[in-house]
Each structure stands twice: as structure tokens, then as C-alpha cells.
Design a protein around this ligand. Sequence first.
Ligand SMILES: Nc1ncnc2c1ncn2[C@@H]1O[C@H](COP(=O)(O)OP(=O)(O)OP(=O)(O)O)[C@@H](O)[C@H]1O
Ligand SMILES: [Mg+2]
Length: 364
Amino acid sequence: MAARRAFDTMMNGKQVNNALRNWQQIFLRANWGLFVVTTERDGITEVNPAFARMHGYSMEEMTGKSILDLTAPEFLAEAGGHMVLGEVRDSYEFDSLHVHEDGHRFPVQVDIINVRGDADELPYRIVSVRDITERKELEATLINAREQLRLLSAYQEHLLEEERKRIAREVHDELGQKLIAMQMGLSNLRLRYGADPTLLGKVEELHALVEDTIDVVRHVASNLRPAALALGLVQAIEWLAEDFSQRYKIPCRVETSSAELVLDDVVATTVFRVVQESLTNVSRHAGASEVNISLQCDKHQFQLLVRDNGRGFDPAVVREKNGFGLLGMRERVLALGGRLHIDSAPGKGTTMMIDISLSNPGKT
Ligand SMILES: Nc1ncnc2c1ncn2[C@@H]1O[C@H](COP(=O)(O)OP(=O)(O)OP(=O)(O)O)[C@@H](O)[C@H]1O
Ligand SMILES: [Mg+2]
């Protein structure tokens, strides 16, 4: 109302005439639909050509129709609800589905503007309607592309895991066996030439070097595909936690609902990789002095928590940055129909949570 009074006082009679002519042109030439509904008469009173054209009717055919006459019957209940909400607010916007004269459906965006009188009565409403077929098609294409990317990424993860398994086997079996053979050979040398102190010193040095190399090979193979994963998820996570504690001198405890969790291989590998990436993040970003991992599982649901008491971060801000760790974890969990949630704030530590429904294990 205040806006209208300001408009009225600003304009003299001539200016008002000019302004009305301009608005009339907008009404007639706009390429989006516009119509007016008054409370005195049922149905649409004034309608612009674009609105009639959009629905395949002439201007005359439009007059007297109500917006609900143009709404697809399967959308009537929802549209009716929106119209009621649209009456109590000054302006209201919703997406709807309309029917063309030839019967085809098309999506529209409806904007209602309620024009109230001085006593807050509602003499009329102006409704603008846009055909949003292109926007909806684009949205569907985007959703589809996203879904395909997700499938592709899940497939590539699968290939990567298979490749890791193969390399781990080769590193462990081929390289590991050869190193053990070398170690045995060196032990023989030690026995045979033990009397020569110079030679013995060299043999001992080589023996220690081979032993270290065997440890490195085991570590590389375990990181690629922990042998513990074949024994069960709990053992594999305990191995990760122990390795992390030793390497970074940060205590890392594992708590489980049961000593043995029998999970599908894909789920177990996903959980293992999430814990692995979470611990890498703790070591790189958190500055924590303590980490707790909890694995809870019943017949229907699996839940993982990785909690650190480090510096924390704001997930809303970080989401826009270009790290791939969190994104990769989320995608892996989503591919199993699960959910990943990050609870963190600067100075408050970080808790990484995943929930996976075991009765409905997603698409992978
Ligand atoms: N436990 C944590 N404590 C503090 N900050 C964290 C933690 N985990 C993640 N972050 C923050 O979230 C950001 C994104 O993590 P993300 O794992 O996606 O990427 P990154 O670790 O930076 O790189 P990469 O792609 O190698 O994983 C990090 O850069 C860090 O700022
Ligand atoms: Mg990371």
C-alpha cells in the first residue's frame, strides 16, 4: 500500500497515462503469461496473449476459465493447496503442471501477487505463468548426468579395488617370496662364513636391510589390500588404527558392537577406505591428540564414527574447496545407498559418520 501511495504522489495525471500505456505494452508483449483474477468474479478476467498462446487458446476462449481448468488433473490436489497458501501471503511461487488445448502437459512456474486494498481486503491478484519445459528438461539432464557419473565413479572404484588386490598379491607373493629367499640365503652365508668377521659384518648388514625391506613390502601390500580385510572388518580397522597410532604417536581406539562383523565385501571395503581417508585427514589437518573409531552393527544397519579432538573445520565452507577425499568418501557411501555426515566446527574436533542400511544395500 505504501508503495502505491508513493507511486501516486510521484505522478501527475499525464505521467500516470504514460505509465499505464507502458504497462499495457508489457502486458501485451511479454513472452510470459500474465492474467488478473478479481475476487468479484470467478475465473480469469484479463489475460495476455502469451498466456493464451502458451495454452493453445485464443484470448476470447481464455476469459472465464479458471487456472485450475488449465491444471493437469493429476496435479489438481497439489495446485489447490498452493492456491490456498497463495491467498494468505503477499506473493507466492510454485511449480505446476498445465494442459495445452491439444492435451499435452507442460510444466509451469506460477507467481501470484496479491494486491490488497486499504482495509487489507483482497480486490485482485496478478498471476504470472512461465513455461519451464526447457528448465525441467535441463534439470532432468543434469540429474541423469549426475547419476551416470556416480555409476561411473562406483565402477571405477570397483576396478581400482580389483587392481589394488592384484598388485597387493603380486607385491606380497612375488616380491615377498624373493626377499624371504634372499634372507634364507644370507642366513646360510652367516653360518658358513661366520668365522670371517669382515664378511660376517657385511652379511649382517644385508640381512637387516632385507628384513626392513620385507617390512616395507608387507606395509605396502597391506595398504593396498589389507590381508586383515580377509579376516574381517574389525581386524582390518584395528590394524589401521594401530598403524596410525604408531606412525603419528596419536592414540587411536576402536570400539565395536561385536568382535566380528560379517559384512558384504563391497561394504567392508568401503568402510575400510572411509576410515583410511578419515585417518589420513586427521594426520594432515586435525592436529588431534586422540582419535576414536566406533563400529556399530545390527542386522539392518551399520554405523561408523571416526571422532578426533583436533582443530575441526566448517564443512559448509570446505564443501566448496577442491579436496577429493571427502567427496570420494561421500560418493562411495552414496553408491551403497548410505549416508555420510560430518559434524565439525572450528575448535570443536571432527566426527565423521556413515550409516549404511544392510537390508537395502544400494546399487553397486
Ligand atoms: N579431521 C579433520 N580435521 C580438520 N580439518 C579437516 C579434517 N578432515 C578434513 N578437514 C578439512 O577438510 C578439507 C577437505 O578434506 P578432503 O579430504 O576432501 O581434502 P584434502 O585432505 O585437503 O585433500 P585430498 O584430496 O588429498 O584428500 C581439508 O583440506 C581440511 O581443511
Ligand atoms: Mg583428505
